[in-house]
Design a protein around this ligand. Sequence first.
Ligand code: CP
Length: 312
Amino acid sequence: MQFSRKDILDIESLSVDEIDFILDTADRMKEISTRPVKKVPTLRGKTVVHFFYEPSTRTRTSFDIAAKRLSADSLSISASSSSMVKGETLIDTARNLEAMNPDVIVIRHSSSGAPHMLARILKSAVINAGDGTHAHPSQSLLDMMTVREKKGKIKGLKIAIIGDISHSRVARSNITGFTKMGASVVLAGPCTMIPKGIETLGASVAYNIKDAICDADVIIMLRIQKERQNSFLFSTDREYAKFYGLNKSRLKGARDDVLVMHPGPVNRGVEMAPDVADGPFSVILDQVTNGVAVRMALLYLVAGGVRDADTD
Ligand code: CP
């Protein structure tokens, strides 16, 4: 297939064929990270700028590793070390970066829509590494890759997403992505954290966590995003763990071969008990490994110039 997108901004705009193509490309990219020399010349001479306005461990590191494994030149800028602290706007900052001719700008920003705005004005490819509460497409793609790899398919599976749905860009991208690929998505969480009308994205809302988990093939637990909440939406962490946390006892209601996932960072003992996070059903670190492969695929597809994967 010909992949001709300039930018990767959200899951909504990707077709089923494009998602399959990205996941197939990521499957091939994954092998590179297992070689003694983890590097191919595919993006030699290309420049990737990672522009992060919010903290990140997994996304920033894996985009950087992905760029390096493809031999691109890459660098990272954070808001606190850029001239935005002196009052420069996002658009001016991006235009100045573009004047240095990067090929790809990977951006994380607290404002929903910031990557879309940059994509409209920049010639460089723009990849959304998470914008506000809106979208986190590379996270959703790595989640889909992990499920496809472990289950052999996505279509027909029951995916339970549990926790702070209101503030989660991962939830929005995953509802869209998994339903687009033929899974059914069920949500659960405190009623203060389930946004009105979320069903319009294609998910259903369970009455409680037990119903959501019942017969689930995959459980995706979410962190409570206190940094995005401007009022108290539950009383204590202990109360949250009691009513909405995933523990061994609750997990018994799921299928015997359930996958337990979390985009990270995990608040152990709050949304997930430590023995579940580290337990036999957890694929949390497989998600992180697949994050490098998915981000290699995305960088390759928007900057590679060649549209049929050549990873030798
Ligand atoms: N999943 C995720 O986005 O993690 P980071 O915030 O560490 O990048």
